[in-house]
Ligand binder design. Structure first.
Ligand code: SAH
Length: 507
């Protein structure tokens, strides 16, 4: 048998994991890769560096390659001993015009091989939890082009038969004609309440599914703004979607998010963004240091059980205070004795709980104002308060303690300073448009970042900026780098939510 020169390879519906082993092997070996729009970038990335890449999909100026042009490319590139891989979305012979390409190769006596792919016609429904056949609901399915205008007189399709068909109908390329398809099926007496699903970007990380009936689907799809590529599934099996939907897409797939937190605090944010599919780049713009003067910290850590109230305004404060505690000779398992302990927010409370401190109070709003509110309600004038805080901090809590007339031991436990070793990486990432977003979990992170770009606000605002809460947002607005969105709750989860909603198109 003659060795094949051209390989018509199905790339599957999108998710690179759904490509065949043979297909992958051929992409990796290809001398020439001829590919189009619906092929995942990851798959394209499997080629050897010296492989010649020929894109024959729609170009930004909307030139569409004619099938003749593509055929000519395949014939021209084919050569004995060379592998020309023609990579197509889904299966090459299911509406892929692979048949025409094979005919052309045959006409030129060019040996070829066909590598089937998983067609979107079954994979997109499967990823929406819709089995195209089901023992009780559909004993067959049809895959139909929706490209045909069903209202035209000489349709290649028999719409009357399609309307009467008892199995599942799967339309590809049908988004533009969806309203007509639904109408014609109903006109030929397919019940108006027949269930319909549209699966957009099936198996991709931005897959969306919408359901309805023949009567409602066109409007639903218009309102939700669904576009190509999408398959339309008509039939009773669609009712299984609610129960069987199993695939959770990752809305931040393909997005690169920069985080500006200090390294020791970045991992939770990184993990949560990555879990949603984002690529994360870290630019630690600040670093935690001892305060200028550690006398007060050392004194407080030597007698932690002498207070009625202990207030922590950040997880950093907890970390630094316990570092000092650990240096003491007699460490008490319950260092604060009978004192009530207040943490500004959940991350600070968690840092305390991790170190064995129980029953930590947190305010409703995770800010110094919330802490002051608690003290206003509960602090007595004859009590002692230990405040563990950043060296540079607002005086909201101190003011409240002083107003009540209680005794305050005010301890700067750390400072954060500008970290400059990521300056070049940050500037380069911004200049080269590598980032989709940059997150700020504190005012100082925002200030330092602006310093690191030498005050170039336009460079910073060329990406979407996200803030953890109202204080950081206020600082950013004052600096002239207002964020695109602010977390609803001043927490890392809230920050991740703001990024996902905005960048992931979930809003
Ligand atoms: N050969 C391909 C089909 C090519 S025709 C296959 O077997 O899947 C192009 C049409 O396929 C699109 O208009 C759309 O209807 C469908 N399609 C391709 N990829 C899709 C995907 N990931 N999700 C939903 N529909 C898809």
């Amino acid at each position: 048998m003659e060795e094949a020169q051209v390989f018509l390879v199905g790339a599957g519906p999108g998710d690179p994991g759904l490509m065949t082993l043979r297909g992958k092997e051929l992409v990796e070996q290809a001398d020439v890769l001829v590919y189009d729009r619906l092929v995942a970038p990851e798959i394209i990335g499997w080629v050897r560096p010296e492989c010649e890449m020929i894109y024959v999909g729609k170009t930004p100026d909307h030139h569409t390659f004619k099938q003749d042009e593509i055929n000519a490319i395949l014939v021209e590139k084919a050569e004995p001993g060379k592998k020309v891989v023609r990579l197509k979305g889904g299966d090459p012979f299911v509406f892929g015009r692979g048949g025409e390409e094979a005919e052309e190769l045959h006409a030129h006596n060019i040996p070829f091989e066909v590598v089937p792919g998983i067609s979107s016609s079954i994979a997109a429904p499967a990823y929406a939890g819709i089995p195209v056949t089901h023992r009780k609901m559909a004993s067959s399915f049809q895959v139909i082009t929706g490209h045909e205008d069903p209202t035209k007189l000489m349709s290649a399709l028999n719409w009357e038969q399609l309307a009467e068909f008892k199995g599942t109908l799967v339309f590809l390329m049908g988004m533009k004609n969806l309203p007509f398809i639904a109408e014609v099926l109903m006109a030929y007496s397919k019940p108006a309440d027949t269930p319909v699903a549209v699966v957009e970007h099936g198996t991709w990380q931005n897959q969306r599914v919408i359901t309805g009936t023949l009567e409602t689907i066109a409007l639903n799809v218009m309102e939700a703004g669904f576009t190509n590529p999408a398959v339309i599934v008509v039939g009773e099996v669609v009712t299984l979607h609610d129960q069987l939907k199993w695939f959770t897409p990752k809305p931040l797939a393909g997005k690169t998010v920069g985080i500006t937190r200090a390294r020791h605090q970045s991992s939770v944010l990184r993990d949560k963004l990555e879990a949603l599919g984002a690529t994360v780049e870290e630019f630690p713009v600040l670093v935690l240091r001892d305060p200028d003067d550690t006398t007060l910290l050392k004194q407080a850590a030597a007698q932690p059980g002498t207070f009625d109230w202990v207030v922590f305004t950040s997880a950093n404060g907890v970390k630094m205070f316990f570092k000092e505690l650990a240096a003491q000779e007699n460490i008490d398992l319950n260092p604060f004795g009978k004192a009530r302990v207040i943490a500004v927010g959940p991350a600070t409370a968690k840092a305390l709980e991790k170190r064995g401190v129980k029953s930590v109070l947190t305010p409703d709003s995770f800010q110094a104002e919330g802490v002051a509110d608690i003290l206003k309600r509960m602090l007595e004038s004859d009590q002692r308060v230990l405040l563990v805080r950043a060296q540079e901090a607002r005086t909201v809590v101190q003011d409240m303690v002083n107003t009540i007339g209680a005794e305050l031991v005010d301890v700067p436990a750390y400072k954060t300073v500008l970290r400059e070793d990521f300056k070049d990486a940050l500037n380069e990432a911004l200049r080269e448009g590598k980032l989709d977003a940059l997150t700020f979990a504190s005012s100082s992170a925002a200030r330092n970042t602006l310093t690191l770009v030498d005050g170039n606000k336009e460079l910073l605002t060329s990406v979407k900026l996200f803030s953890i809460g109202p204080l950081t947002t206020q600082t950013m607005e004052e600096l002239g780098i207002a964020p695109t969105a602010t977390a609803v709750s001043s927490t890392i989860d809230g920050l991740v939510g703001a990024v996902a909603n905005n960048l992931g198109g979930l809003e």
